[in-house]
Write a protein that binds this ligand. Structure first.
Ligand code: FAD
Length: 359
């Protein structure tokens, strides 16, 4: 599993705004004989942070609008779809496509229309003055008249043996995405909050049997959701139980055979044969680096004005899962990526008109 938002470096102590801008061209560096990379300052009209469906779509629209966007790709270029296999619900493809392939196509399309993609991770941001300033893990600085934050969110995983190896081969963190592949099969959902209850409800329309596994003896989700779930005849519950391992089949193509469970009261260990495991213990938006810069909700999702991608800072926009804890789909991320580019374009045009844009 690639590192999540919590693994990203936090904002440094030194104020970005207090630092002098480095020259645009690479200057001689005192350590040059040691072959140390020299930090560079990148100046752009539009900085897009994140290279998932939201970031690439924003890049495509912005490049075609002549904004010459710069995309910082982060630790996982291509985003969450690079850790899945079949994608069957992204419009435009009659047959399932592979997630990594789809993201390569989006990247190629963004580059084809003129977006520049840089491999770096934004570790600090200062949106208090324009141009906005971000610093990469490489030491490079990014100065931008407008910014699109498209850093996504990371599903939480259990961290059990077999989970990583079987991700995309029976183990998933998204029922809307992968439930269809388990029509008429037996699946397990792990978790006890709203996510798990909603995932189990969704799956109960598709799977023959849904087994919800929770380490406590009751759900934490909204009562109305619980009532709906309890009323489903094909859903059963394993309380006070944890999943200790996802066990693979012996077939050449990896697939899930069963779960190893532990009953927390008795300590008894058992095997539960299942075709699919849906881990539904929440998501973490990748926003630690923007804390204090733009308004967020308690869970760290960036707040945007309804019907737009505008954040609390004029000129800073947010698209995709980083601002969406409801839909969390590639197509919705791409849709808001498009909106962010159009919002940014309008913002930059208005700024130019007002003569505010930095030289
Ligand atoms: C296992 C799995 C299967 C899925 N299957 C489907 C499916 O079949 N269909 C579907 O529609 N959706 C699916 N989804 C959901 C879909 O992947 C997401 O909704 C979508 O990827 C969100 O796109 P995004 O661009 O907002 O963010 P992400 O895809 O999460 O991309 C975030 C990007 O931001 C970058 N980033 C993060 N922090 C920084 C930083 N500090 N500096 C620079 N860059 C940074 C990352 O490197 C990454 O490139 C699936 C998700 C998972 C986990």
């Amino acid at each position: 599993m690639a590192a999540g938002a919590s693994d990203l470096p936090r904002r440094g102590d030194r104020s970005l705004a207090a630092e002098p801008a480095a020259p645009n061209n690479r200057a001689p560096h005192p350590d040059s004989e040691l072959d140390m990379p020299v930090p560079t300052t990148h100046r752009t009209q539009l900085l897009i942070i994140g290279a998932g469906p939201a970031g690439y779509t924003a890049a495509i629209y912005a490049a075609r609008a002549g904004l010459a966007p710069l995309v910082v790709a982060g630790l996982r270029p291509g985003g969450q779809l690079t850790i899945t296999t079949d994608v069957e619900n992204y419009p435009g493809f009659a047959q399932a496509v592979q997630g990594p392939w789809l993201m390569e196509q989006m990247r190629a399309q963004a580059e084809h229309v003129g977006a520049r993609i840089i491999q770096d991770v934004v570790i600090a941001a200062d949106f208090s003055t324009r141009p906005f300033r971000c610093r990469g893990d490489s030491g490079d600085e990014f100065l931008a008249d407008a910014v699109v934050i498209a850093t996504g969110a990371e599903a939480r995983w259990l961290g059990i043996p077999g989970e990583r190896e079987l991700a995309g081969f029976g183990v998933s963190a998204c029922a809307t995405c992968d439930g269809f592949f388990f029509r008429g099969r037996r699946v397990a959902v792990v978790g006890g909050g709203n996510s798990a209850t909603e995932e189990a409800l969704y799956l109960s329309n598709l799977a023959a049997e849904v087994i919800l596994i929770h380490r406590r003896d009751s759900l934490r989700s909204e009562k109305i959701l619980q009532q709906r779930l309890f009323a489903r005849p094909n859903v059963r519950f394993l309380w006070n139980t944890v999943v200790e391992a996802a066990l693979p089949d012996a077939s050449p193509r990896p697939s899930l055979r069963a779960l190893r469970l532990r009953d927390l009261r008795s300590g008894a260990v058992s095997e539960l044969p299942v075709d699919g495991l849906f881990v539904a213990i929440g998501h973490d938006p990748a926003t630690a680096v923007f804390r204090g810069q733009v308004a967020m909700d308690q869970a760290g999702y960036i707040l945007v004005e309804p019907g737009s991608t505008r954040t609390s800072v004029p000129g800073v926009f947010a698209a995709g899962d980083v601002a969406d804890k409801i839909y969390r789909q590639a197509v919705t991320a791409a849709g808001t990526g498009c909106m962010a580019a159009l919002d940014a374009e309008r913002f930059l045009a208005a700024s130019r008109f007002a003569g505010q844009e930095a030289a």
